[in-house]
Design a protein around this ligand. Structure first.
Ligand SMILES: [Zn+2]
Length: 384
């Protein structure tokens, strides 16, 4: 990883790598889609697991992935029940369960840059994501997108657009189930299938993830680390925008509540930034994003994606760069340094223990059939 002093930097550089689509053939599971890569002139046949369901662990793919890692020593914590689960009563000793006791261990919970809003969107891509992308482009802003694998294979062109426009991709699992309710092997299946989908369409191997519902404990963390992932939660309840509660919660309530959080933050010493919980889930969440982002800008808060927050020049497990092109973000930020990192888990953590978070209930998006894709992937890698 390349480090730099962010405050002295003036331009954010977008690095674009052209990565040829891979040809893969897999067996098992529910739906098959044959795709033809226009640029690479190869045919890819991938059989993806059923949408929005926990992928089976007895498939050849998952069995192979399990052989690649050693789960010996995983904390022996019983599985929770419910989706999302209710808090265990009595609490389980040493579980470090963020959802219920606020224990975050070394999860990232705050943007490491002072006075910075780490802009993230969960649960996409959706049919409303392009509207958000148009807005962000107009504002010259970049975000991190926590993608649901089921949606990636349904809307791969949107994922490619996110990369091409300088955004950062991260994982939000395949089916958006609460990970503390799944076995270690099921967690591997959720993460690796999503990783495979994004890799197939963009060539990028994801490195950051956000657990659905913020549902993460010591056992889940252990498995995620074995897979090379860095969990990113959010900076406590006041930075859950509650956009997912619309329309039950009115837009005006979402905005007024979040305005108070921004005002409180703006009046603080702002030595660290924050990560919000927001969603590119539907027209309501995408709509309110366009109303609250200006509130942050008006308070002179820098808005940036995870790689900028964490000064991570290698924001993918396989970060490789080629051509340097253009710039993004609101004013501030960084010169780039080229990334070149081989697989696995370097662990960045901007981290603080025990940040509070209790609401637990974020929305999930429905998805279904696959859609066709074509073409070699163009991968944009935002560096800081
Ligand atoms: Zn989610």
């Amino acid at each position: 990883m390349v480090k730099f002093v962010a405050s002295s930097l003036a331009a954010l550089v977008l690095t674009v790598a052209t990565i040829q689509a891979q040809s893969t053939t897999t067996a098992a599971a529910a739906t098959t889609k044959t795709t033809t890569s226009a640029a690479a002139a190869t045919t890819t046949t991938t059989t993806w697991p059923a949408a929005n369901q926990v992928p089976p662990t007895n498939s050849a793919e998952v069995q192979a992935w399990l052989k690649e890692i050693d789960l010996t020593g995983a904390p022996d914590i019983e599985l929770h029940k419910g989706d999302p689960p209710s808090c265990p009563n009595p609490p389980i000793a040493n579980e470090c369960y963020w959802t219920c006791d606020g224990c975050s261990d070394d999860d990232i919970v705050s943007c490491a840059r002072p006075n910075t809003w780490g802009l993230t969107f969960d649960d996409g891509p959706s049919t409303d994501t392009p509207t958000l992308l148009t807005y962000l482009k107009g504002q010259n802003l970049a975000a991190s997108f926590f993608l649901i694998g089921s949606n990636v294979v349904q809307y791969p062109e949107i994922v490619k657009q996110e990369v091409a426009e300088g955004h950062h991709l991260a994982s939000h699992t395949w089916s958006h189930h609460a990970l503390t309710t799944l076995t270690n092997e099921q967690i591997v299946a959720e993460m690796r299938w999503t990783e495979k989908a994004v890799m197939e369409y963009t060539g990028l191997k994801l490195k950051y993830m956000r657990p659905p519902y913020g549902d993460i404990n010591a056992r889940v963390r252990f498995v995620l680390k074995k897979l090379g992932y860095i969990p990113v939660d959010w900076t406590g309840d006041e930075f859950d925008t509650n956009d997912w509660q619309m329309p039950t919660m009115s837009e005006s309530t979402v905005i007024s509540t979040f305005t108070k959080s921004l005002d409180t933050y703006a009046a603080s010493n702002k030595t660290t930034g924050f990560y919000c919980l927001e969603h590119d889930l539907n027209n309501l969440t995408v709509g309110v994003a366009q109303k609250i982002i200006p509130l942050g800008l008006a308070r002179n808060i820098t808005i940036a994606p995870i790689p900028v927050c964490e000064s991570d020049a290698s924001p993918y497990q396989n970060s490789n760069t080629a051509t340097t092109t253009t710039a993004a973000t609101n004013g501030t930020t960084a010169t780039s340094t080229s990334a070149n990192q081989s697989a696995t888990s370097s662990s960045t953590s901007g981290n603080q223990a025990n940040q509070g978070k209790t609401s637990g209930a974020e929305s999930r998006v429905a998805g279904s059939a696959l859609s066709a894709i074509a073409g070699a992937a163009v991968a944009g890698l935002l560096l800081a």
